[in-house]
Structures are given as structure tokens and as C-alpha cells.
Design a protein around this ligand. Structure first.
Ligand SMILES: Cc1ncc(COP(=O)(O)O)c(C=O)c1O
Length: 416
């Protein structure tokens, strides 16, 4: 599949709809991407044709659901560049299905952080993090006495490899950071950061919630210990997250949730657990969501991740150029498409971000306003009151950017 506009409009009927009586312009994919027909079909096929539980039944429909569920796990591994392992040898890593990025982050904070960190040991993160990646480590520090350290950012919301590496110490046990900021789009040099963190023996955790939907990822090449992301930001359904983790570390960790599906043997007073990955998938999993996610991965693979990145780079370049002609617009972030994903957050002089968002809504334009679940970052960028975020995906066009700027001009006229 290429970037064929007719095909895209057919696959995403919502793009041809109206909002507030105006043609719908969607610039909020960093919150949740739109869902193509193929994903909805995969989910409704499951519910209508063989919608039963997995891993339990010995009958045909259950076997089919189980087989397809496990095939999506394999597809996800392939998407992440995880190579098939030789028979008899443990795979380098496992894909675990969670409810969300947020749940995956909590799983690591509980099952690794709370269990293994000791007083005085350090967790290194950055000032750019989403609350989902930052907040679970606060109680870990309270409970264990571990110390959270942050890498400071420049006024553009960036930091360098040296800024990061100079804060690593022999006491750093965990380095946790996002591959792409959901506010500025900044993409730090994660491969090098992982390497430097490993040199001091730290565990590396990458928040890929924004990055993975826009860029090819190869976990074997990256070398990270953990990577997590959400299906709903990459054409898939809500209610599903993915946690990739290195086998040798997952094996040392206690489960996060306990119950059915993850147990091997249970007596009145004790239980043993399934091997990986089921050990971390207690209860009935989000079956339809996993099957829908499989269709989303097919869709992305058909387009190709490098085509997606190229298209978004063009859109971002165009948007940044338009903004640079308007001195009353203050764009956050590096303003450099080489190190910035398809996100443009900004404020307009004299217009509160909420008012701007509301006015854009009245023109059929969907953007996000506020602090974007990244309060510390907004404070460090000195925009504690919030900003407007326009975020793009491959189904956006230059016309959407033009519509956005027409809306901004209108708001400026009305409020300015
Ligand atoms: C960088 C980043 N991390 C984590 C999350 C949390 O994802 P979810 O709400 O799907 O759990 C988001 C969602 O916006 C995000 O952008």
C-alpha cells in the first residue's frame, strides 16, 4: 500500500465526516490515532464469527481465537525487530500484552522498581516525561528510599547525550525516558543513551508511546531492556498496550497481577506461575483488541514506517515554516524535523490556549490544549498555563495545516 489518498479516505471514513458542521480536520493523533476500517473489521469478525475466550477451550473456535491471538504476538515481535530464536534457546525478549502504556509503566515500577531498588540507589529520567512514565516512580522512591534524578532541558525542550550521560553514576540502577516527547516532539538520541546507561549497569526503559507509531523500531539494535507503547496511537483499538522486555530480566521479576491464565498450578495456599509471557498476563486478555492491533500492524507494515516518517517530516516542515512567518506564534520544542516527530505545540500571543482550542473546534479542527499530561515539562518550558498541540499522522495533508493556520488567524483576529 502506498500513500494513495483515495485508499486512505476509504479506509478512514471519519476523515470525510463533519464536526460542528465543518469538514473534520484531525490534528490530535498524538492523543489517539484514527482507526481504519480493517482494524474494525478484524475486531467485529472476531465478535461475530468466533468470539470466545483464548487459552482455555478445547473446541475449534477457542483454538482459532488462541491461534490468532498468539499470531499477533509473533507479528508484534517481528514489527519490533525481534528475531526468531533457535529451538531450545530462550528468546532475547518477550512481548507482553497490557491494558496500556500506563499499565506497562506501572508493571515495571511495581514488579521491578519496588521489588529490587534499595535506599540511595538512583533512577535517572528526564524533564520531558509524560506523567505515565514519571509518576509511577514517585511512590517507588517513597517506598524504597531510591532517589529520582532528572536530566534538565534547554529552553527548546531538548537535552544532549552529554547532559544525560553526565548524570549517570555507579548508583544509577534504572534509566527511564521517552523516545519522543508528546509535547515538543523532541526525539533524544535513545540508542546512545541506552548504551551509556548500560555502561554503568543501569536497566533501560524506553517509553515508545509516541515514537513507535511513527518510526521503525528494532529492539535488538536499540539494546533496551524494556520498551512500551499503546495500540491506540498506531491505528489500533484503545485498551491495549505492549510491553517488550528482555527475557533474563523478566524471569527475575514477580508478576504484577495475579489470577487466572497466569498460573501453572494452584493449591489452597500456594501457586506456581506460567513461564513468560503468560506470567504477566493475568485474567482474560483484551482478545478483540489484540486481533484489531494485528490488523493495524499489517496496515502500517504495508505502508512502511519510513514512508510514514517521510510524509510526516514534510508536514512538520511545512507547519514550522508557516509558524515562522507569524511572529506572534510561539512554537515549543526544537523546531527541527530531524530531531522532532510530527508534533507542533504552540501559543498565540493574546489568546489563551483553551480559547484557541475552542475556536478551532468551532471550525471543525481537533487539537489538544492544556498541559498534555506533562506538567513538569510545561513548567520547565515556562508555559505552565498550557499550549495548543497539533499532532499529525500519515493521513494528514498540507491542506490540514492550511486549515489549521486559517483557524489560528481567525482566532487571532477575534481575540487579538
Ligand atoms: C509519551 C507518552 N507516554 C505515555 C503515554 C500514556 O499512554 P496511555 O494513555 O495509552 O497509557 C502517552 C499518551 O499520550 C504518551 O504520549
Amino acid at each position: 500500500m502506498s500513500m494513495n489518498r483515495t485508499a486512505i479516505l476509504e479506509d478512514f471514513p471519519i476523515l470525510s465526516s463533519t464536526m460542528r458542521g465543518k469538514p473534520f480536520t484531525y490534528l490530535d493523533s498524538a492523543a489517539t490515532s484514527l482507526t481504519p476500517e480493517q482494524v474494525v473489521q478484524a475486531m467485529s469478525r472476531y465478535y461475530l464469527e468466533y468470539g470466545v475466550n483464548v487459552h482455555r477451550g478445547v473446541y475449534e473456535f477457542s483454538e482459532r481465537a488462541t491461534r490468532e491471538y498468539e499470531e499477533v504476538r509473533k507479528k508484534t515481535e517481528k514489527f519490533l525487530g525481534l528475531l526468531p530464536h533457535s529451538p531450545g534457546k530462550s528468546p532475547l525478549g518477550h512481548v507482553i500484552f497490557t491494558k496500556s502504556t500506563t499499565e506497562a509503566s506501572n508493571l515495571l515500577a511495581y514488579s521491578y522498581g519496588r521489588a529490587k531498588l534499595r535506599s540511595g540507589e538512583e533512577i535517572l529520567t528526564t524533564e520531558t516525561e509524560h506523567h505515565s512514565t514519571l509518576v509511577p516512580w514517585h511512590p517507588v522512591c517513597e517506598k524504597t528510599g531510591a532517589i529520582l534524578k532528572t536530566v534538565p532541558i534547554s529552553p527548546q525542550g531538548t537535552f544532549t547525550l552529554d547532559d544525560f550521560a553526565s548524570r549517570l553514576t555507579p548508583r544509577t540502577k534504572i534509566a527511564v525516558f521517552s523516545a519522543m516527547s508528546n509535547v515538543t516532539g523532541f526525539m533524544p538520541p535513545i540508542k546512545e543513551m541506552i548504551q551509556r546507561a548500560k555502561e554503568v549497569g543501569a536497566l533501560t526503559i524506553v517509553d515508545g508511546a509516541q515514537y513507535v507509531s511513527h518510526h521503525g523500531v528494532n529492539v535488538e539494535e536499540l539494546g533496551c531492556d524494556f520498551l512500551y507503547f499503546s495500540a491506540h496511537k498506531m491505528l489500533g483499538p484503545t485498551g491495549l498496550g505492549v510491553l517488550y522486555g528482555r527475557t533474563e530480566i523478566l524471569e527475575t521479576m514477580e508478576p504484577f497481577l495475579y489470577g487466572g491464565n497466569m498460573i501453572l498450578k494452584v493449591s489452597d495456599f500456594a501457586s506456581t506461575y506460567h513461564p513468560l509471557p503468560e506470567k504477566f498476563e493475568a485474567g482474560t486478555p483484551p482478545i478483540a483488541e489484540v486481533l484489531g492491533f494485528g490488523a493495524a500492524l499489517d496496515y502500517l507494515s504495508n505502508i512502511r514506517m519510513d514512508t510514514i516518517r517521510d510524509q510526516e517530516k514534510r508536514l512538520l516542515t511545512y507547519g514550522l515554516e508557516m509558524a515562522s512567518k507569524r511572529p506572534w506564534m510561539k512554537v515549543l520544542g526544537p523546531k527541527n524535523p530531524e530531531i522532532q516527530g510530527a508534533i507542533m505545540s504552540f501559543n498565540v500571543e493574546g489568546v489563551h490556549s483553551h480559547d484557541l482550542g475552542t475556536l478551532l473546534d468551532s471550525q471543525g479542527i481537533a487539537v489538544r490544549t492544556g498541559v498534555h499530561c506533562a506538567q513538569p515539562l510545561m513548567e520547565h518550558l515556562r508555559v505552565g498555563g498550557g499550549a495548543v498541540r497539533a499532532s499529525m499522522y500519515f493521513y494528514n495533508t498540507e491542506k490540514d495545516i492550511d486549515t489549521l493556520f486559517e483557524g489560528i488567524e481567525r482566532a487571532k483576529e477575534i481575540f487579538g
